[in-house]
Design a protein around this ligand. Sequence first.
Ligand SMILES: *Cc1c(COP(=O)(O)O)cnc(C)c1O
Length: 388
Amino acid sequence: MANDFSSRPQPAAATRAIHHGESFASETGTVMPPIYTSSTFAHGNPGGFDYTRSGNPNFRILEGVLASIEECSHATVFGSGVSAITAIASSLSQGDLVLCEENLYGCTVRLFEQVFAKFGVETEWIDFTNAAALTTIAARQPAMVWLESPTNPLLKVIDLEAVCAAAHSAAVPVVVDNTFATPLVQRPLQLGATLSLTSTTKYINGHSDALGGVVCCDDAEWQQKMLFAQKALGLMPSPFDCWLITRGLKTLPLRLRQQMANASAVANHLAHHPAVAWVRYPLRTDHPQHAVASRQMSGGGAIVTIGLNASRDQAYAVCKALHWFTMAESLGGVESLICHPATMTHAAVATTVKEKLGISDGLVRLSLGCEDEADLIADLDQALSLLP
Ligand SMILES: *Cc1c(COP(=O)(O)O)cnc(C)c1O
């Protein structure tokens, strides 16, 4: 059932997410692709497969849809978002400098500081919302610039086009971790990035039942590096997880629409709540980088971060009192989650670092799911009413 995309005008993303190009099962007319559990393939097969660590029909199906959604030439899938990060970082050499946004995802920070540092890869952490960062690129001549936007958990938005332009004129490749926005909301490659990376564990799969990662690019040389890392470092996903993520991706446009509507409604509701000191949501006019966000994002995403007028214990109690929000790490699933960084993701982080990152005791991050908007708001109201 190969769909020939070239013979007709480009259908919209919602159509492309459902109708992937190949299923490798033309004899049966199967609507969903089978799961190819085979670890190895007969030599000389027309698909060019040899061994699943270096490629599998289920990887290829998922890669096709992801490249289509990202509107780029190449996508390589990995076993997790962290595997995708590892694949990119493993292309660096001893003595290379990576200029990193200072608010990168915690596991990215840990990989650079506790693993790649041992192999002589250096990092420097700067605030890319600061205009001075643009001149730092030319001055420091790093091997790579590593960005994330919006960031976790404070949803800082970086002007990707401006940073990519500065990096481009210094011939420095730029990596953008696009997990929070998804390729439906933000296209790093079109804004000038060299590599766009996404943890497909989150919105792309959307059902909190598989881990995966992807690196997208338009550069054949980078694509070869990614395929090399997939095979040489054993960073590949499982065929079953690719199959799950391919299935999840079919409803991404639908899910995200509901999730973003919920996020926007919750953000606007909480902004007027007496127990809430501040609300952070990229498309609200009170967001510090609102102008950049509305230029480079087609929606605000589905994460809302708030500051409660509450102590650490009180904020924890509010999270625990919710019925429809599960207190858990991760994000992007159909079910709403709530995270209290002070006692969860950032519990082990030194107080001075937390202060620098803006992680206060009353800070709470909401990942909006697909539930009914009124139910979510009523739930938040009842939990917040417990505060003195
Ligand atoms: C979750 C996440 C990752 C890591 O992805 P895994 O699939 O958990 O390995 C990387 N970056 C961001 C922004 C994430 O939220």
